[in-house]
Design a protein around this ligand. Structure first.
Ligand SMILES: Cc1ncc(COP(=O)(O)O)c(C=O)c1O
Length: 409
């Protein structure tokens, strides 16, 4: 995203706003898809809604022929509304509980997390006159010392008991396995996940049940150098992930007839959207307090997602306030009344009243995770490589937020 485009959006719509670089999102999607399919052609992307469920990106995934990955009835209804066939919606996570009957009868791919969910799916299938497609989310050790709370513990006999129970149940069709572990982005962890999941597909499933092996996500996407330096580890490329992961699948299944090869699925969220959104704000005040320079803005770190709180997201200043007071090394602060609402600490640039500051890497867990705290959510403007732009979400209003409350009490 060029400063010129940010400036044009600011002039037309005002700050604060997110700028969504649609073509960059499409390019990430295609790059990831090509990297894997070059090695193992039975591969699909299921885009992770929780990361950013805005229509402007999910509908691009629909156009690109991808799947949706959802973790609740809310996200499931969004995916259906966007036009995804239920058979191309993968349902994960514990938040699907209240939607299971509908998902089962629609023919969604339900990745069961635990035996209580399984019982509910089995009960739902009993009353139908068609198959319900399910997979099992596994909880495995991929050598990262993380003990996830999700999925069936593969080391427990309960896992194969649950799979046998599903097999014997009316209208239940087992179609595969799922695994995801956050924060395990190294190549070694991905190699282990591919090797172990293909091994468990052999030991836990029968022929005809190995249709999908879904490895979740937790890959690095494209990370700008100043942010990459803060991770303290190598940032693998999509090709490097594909080499080991799709490599394991090709080795194991490459000689089978195409119809017998399991479909390898990954579920990128931040992996393909984080770097496609910028967050732009205006400097609305400058002050120096006991030697500390502060540039106040009309934005907030609470609009910048988890990553914005943990790391210093690459920040750029567009000079607007040339004739006004300037400071160096200012803390860039937000509109909330919270002391820790600091969007960047000691920005090593001159900042003036009236300047625009924009932050990179704001596409994941931002607009979807921001509660209506103190200020309304801001607009989102999409922008293309050729400079065309469109408002894809207006700013929220007080009416939006009060619509679900009773005001006459
Ligand atoms: C089950 C599942 N799939 C996919 C994702 C998306 O992962 P990422 O944002 O690392 O691409 C998540 C994120 O937590 C997840 O829980």
């Amino acid at each position: 995203m060029t400063p010129e485009n940010i400036d044009r959006i600011a002039k037309k719509f005002g700050t604060p706003f997110y700028a969504f670089y649609v073509d960059e999102f499409i390019s990430n999607y295609k790059e990831l898809k090509n990297a894997y399919t070059e090695i193992y052609d039975n591969f699909e992307i299921a885009y992770s809604y929780k990361t950013n469920y805005m229509p402007a990106c999910c509908k691009e995934v629909l156009k690109l022929g991808g799947y949706s990955e959802v973790v609740s009835d809310m996200e499931y209804h969004m995916a259906k509304r966007y036009g995804f066939e239920p058979s191309k919606i993968i349902v994960n996570g514990p938040g699907k509980w209240n939607g299971i009957e509908e998902m089962a009868s629609d023919g969604a791919v339900i990745m069961v997390d635990n035996k209580y969910e399984l019982d509910r799916v089995i009960a739902a299938a009993e009353g139908l006159d068609k198959d319900v497609t399910i997979g099992f989310r596994l909880n495995i050790d991929i050598g990262t010392k993380k003990n996830s709370r999700f999925g069936f513990d593969v080391l427990s006999p309960e896992t194969s008991i649950a799979i046998d129970h599903a097999r014997e149940s009316r209208n239940i069709k087992i179609i595969g396995l799922h695994f995801h572990l956050g924060g395990s982005r190294s190549i070694e962890a991905w190699k282990a996940r591919a090797e172990k999941m293909t091994m468990y597909a052999d030991t836990l499933l029968r022929d005809g049940e190995r249709k999908i092996i879904d490895l979740g996500s937790g890959m690095f996407g494209h990370v700008a150098a100043p942010l990459a330096a803060q991770f303290g580890q190598d940032i693998p490329s999509f090709s490097q992930y594909a080499e080991v992961v799709a490599g394991v699948f090709r080795e194991k299944y490459g000689d089978l007839p195409p119809s017998s090869r399991p479909l390898l699925i990954v579920e990128p969220g931040s992996t393909i959207i984080a770097n496609t959104m910028m967050y732009a704000v205006s400097v609305i005040g400058i002050k120096t307090v006991r030697g500390r320079n502060i540039a106040m803005t009309d934005g907030s770190v609470h609009q910048m997602g988890e990553m914005g709180k943990k790391k210093q997201l690459p920040a750029h200043v567009i000079k607007k306030g040339k004739d006004s007071v300037s400071v160096m090394s200012a803390d860039i602060t937000g509109y909330t009344c919270l002391e820790d609402d600091i969007m960047y600490r000691a920005l090593p640039e001159e900042v003036s009243f009236g300047d625009i500051i924009y932050f990179e890497n704001c596409g994941a867990y931002t607009n979807v995770m921001k509660p209506p705290f103190i200020q309304t959510g801001c607009r989102i403007v999409s922008c293309r490589y050729d400079g065309t732009m469109a408002l894809v979400k207006r700013g929220d209003t007080v009416d939006d937020y009060l619509a679900s409350y009773e005001e006459e009490i």
